[in-house]
Write a protein that binds this ligand. Sequence first.
Ligand code: URA
Length: 223
Amino acid sequence: MARRGAANVVPMQVHVADHPLIAHKLTLLRDESTDSPTFRRLADELVTLLAYEATRNVRTESVEVKTPVARAHGVRLAKPRPLVVPILRAGLGMLEGMQRLLPTAEVGVLGMVRNEETLEASTYAERLPDSLVGRQCYVLDPMLATGGTLAAAIDFLVRRGADHITVICLLAAPEGIARIERELEHIDIPVELVTAGLDERLNEVGYIVPGLGDAGDRLYGVV
Ligand code: URA
């Protein structure tokens, strides 16, 4: 894994999407009276809007095409294809929204679980290419709360060789961002976060305040 000295640490680039449609959909998503089918649809729409922001730096290559009238210069997505990585379980609820914008991306999944005693996150499921050298990765996880899971996921992808990671979250907490920056000080690749909202804080049980509750439960109809 590429490393750098602490003196060179660059904070994660955090982009809070600022758009009235995103704010509108996020407000409906937060509302506890929003039912599960509506929550899923809103989350899906929000991810597509966030994906537009998140793919601003997706790599392209020049290409020439022939229109019915003349030759035209344009671009197409470069190889290797971007990799989209939903974190199980709740990240799966974001996959379709992402694929709508990036249909040719490869998809790999990562299941992370937190040991409630040590609070360390570990990998329990993984379906990713063995080498991610040269790959731009888009990690999907609806809630950046304590940051433990996402820090472990990013570290995992960097160890496989990823050279650009963009995390897409519906909501983030300042504590989670700080933890990722702290734990990933040694990582020498660009890591970006695109989120629909940066909330106030975490409560005593690790929920984002004001947040939207348990994203997985609301996506999959547990509440
Ligand atoms: N995970 C969630 O689903 N919600 C939170 O508020 C924090 C973590």
